[in-house]
Design a protein around this ligand. Structure first.
Ligand code: BES
Ligand code: MN
Ligand code: MN
Length: 480
């Protein structure tokens, strides 16, 4: 343990006040989250751009009301960013950069929701709505923690900066362009993000690795128009069949990816890390039951958690082509399309993987069709040092509120900006999640467990306290 744990067991009077404030205003906090969740800020749908902008504006107003300063909605080529700060803790105090995203995934299929996705409803301690857990609910935790300090003690134990984006769910370019151009504005000592889940309601966890992404479109073109499948079938190659053949050659039946060199950069798991992953106490049968799939699947030489957190993937996300309306139509379609995502692990690089994908697909494609690969978006994978002093501070904060030490997990999802903070600001991120694995993010009936929304606020209050009081010992100077 670092000096953070050794020397600062006591809770400061300001922190006491902040905790009391946060407990007093639970109802208001919830009301605000409900308002936030009512705004359908679906970043991928052009028709929702107005709502995305409204969410940014609403958020900025709430940040301002919560006591943050210099709050601005920053226009970009895409959806706006929201910035705010409070920088009066003094030059010796660390600066914490808080990141989150206010955009959400599309809510469809709508008929599978038990209540409308943008009319939040509360049942059995859960709030149900698109974005409840990913990421509006989790992001709001930070705003209310800061408010709790500012409205009770009148100050924060650390300096804070918030940068919130509206394009996370679409791998957007706006924040990617903003970070390198605004390194002064975003300069900080550490980053904290709540956009992951913990192992169980009462079992906190810190995510120390996220997968990266290489998303590609694969387009196959055959004849110039749809052709009669009787007059031409057997004599002209069918782009849908050809696409099927190409896809079948990308992976074997056990899930190994067949692209030459695909695994070249994959960091080999150490025995120590495999052990750490194994002892997380993951309930595989509950996990499987929640998915509804008949059986788990994947590379047999890796455990389930290793497959999700430490191994790369290749998945077809969507197939487009041919006749899909009711009844039958006898054609050879002119075109076929696939959307394919590859989740990457350290030290794979999305550009390198795309090149390998493209070379291999070209080598598999017959000359009877035209095949085109397009790089749609990507993200670097990330891994964070578990011995980082901020990790220890986060562990201590979780323990104070949940009464349990957090476990350390790798996660399969991606948060593209984390590697940019590493690359351009030289900052490590603590992924301090408050969601749960069965929150149904990106699925119908997304939800957040409300007791952990409130515990989240308290955990962040403690985290800022610990960071502030251990400034001299761990967060500034030689350690960093
Ligand atoms: N919050 C998720 C990332 C996540 C998912 C972390 C599950 C931990 C567990 C994030 O909002 C997300 O969905 N990211 C996208 C990024 C992609 C579009 C580049 C993802 O992972 O698909
Ligand atoms: Mn998210
Ligand atoms: Mn998401």
């Amino acid at each position: 343990m670092t000096s953070a744990t050794a020397t600062h067991q006591s809770i400061s009077p300001d922190t006491q006040k902040a905790l009391e404030f946060s407990r007093t205003y639970k109802e208001e906090q919830l009301k605000e989250v409900v308002e936030f969740l009512r705004i359908p800020s679906v970043s991928t749908l052009p028709d929702r751009a107005v709502d995305v902008a409204a969410a940014a504006k609403w958020l900025a107003l709430q940040m301002d009301r919560s006591g943050l300063e210099n709050v601005q909605v920053i226009q970009t080529k895409g959806h706006p960013l929201v910035y705010g700060d409070w920088l009066h803790a003094g030059p010796d105090s660390p600066t914490v950069l808080v990141y989150g995203h206010y955009d959400v995934q599309p809510p469809d299929p709508l008929d599978l929701w038990n209540s409308p996705p943008f009319k939040p409803s509360i049942h059995d301690d859960y709030i149900y709505a698109r974005g409840a857990s990913d990421d509006k609910g989790q992001l709001y935790v930070h705003i209310k923690s800061v408010e709790s300090y500012l409205k009770s003690a009148g100050r924060l134990p650390v300096n804070v900066k918030f940068i919130i984006e509206g394009e996370e769910e679409i791998g957007g370019k706006s924040l990617e362009a903003f970070v390198p151009e605004n390194t002064q504005l975003l300069a900080a000592d550490t980053v904290v993000v709540s956009d992951t889940h913990i192992a169980g309601r009462d079992q906190p966890s810190i995510v120390y690795a996220l997968r990266g992404m290489c998303y590609v479109f694969l387009d196959v073109a055959g004849p110039a128009r749809d052709l009669h499948s009787g007059s031409y079938g057997g004599a002209i190659n069918n782009p849908l069949n050809a696409l099927g053949h190409i896809i079948a050659r990308l992976k074997d039946e056990e899930g190994h990816i067949l692209i030459p060199g695909f695994y070249e950069q994959v960091r080999i798991l150490t025995r120590e890390e495999r052990h750490l992953i194994a002892k997380s106490g993951h309930d595989e049968s509950a996990w499987l039951a929640d998915t509804g799939a008949p059986k788990a699947w994947g590379e047999p030489e890796f455990t389930l958690l290793e497959r999700i957190g430490a191994r790369p993937t290749l998945d077809v996300n969507g197939l487009i082509g041919g006749y899909t309306d009711s009844g039958a139509k006898t054609i050879l379609p002119s075109k076929a399309h696939a959307k394919i995502s590859m989740r990457l692990v350290p030290d794979q690089d999305p550009g390198d993987i795309f090149a390998k994908f493209q070379d291999y697909v070209r080598s598999c494609a017959p000359d009877t069709v035209k095949v085109e690969c397009t790089y749609f978006h990507g993200a670097q994978p990330c891994i964070i040092d578990r011995k980082l002093p901020e990790m220890q501070a986060a562990a201590m904060a979780y323990e104070r509120v949940f009464g349990k030490q957090p476990i350390y997990m790798r996660e399969g999802g991606s948060i593209p900006v984390i590697s940019l903070f590493q690359q351009y600001l030289g900052l490590q991120t603590v992924l301090m999640g408050f969601g749960l694995a069965d929150d149904h993010i990106h699925s119908p009936n997304e939800r957040m467990y409300l007791p952990n929304f409130y515990r989240g606020i308290e955990t962040v209050i403690h985290y800022l306290d610990i960071l502030g009081s251990s400034a001299d010992a761990t967060l500034s100077g030689e350690d960093r």
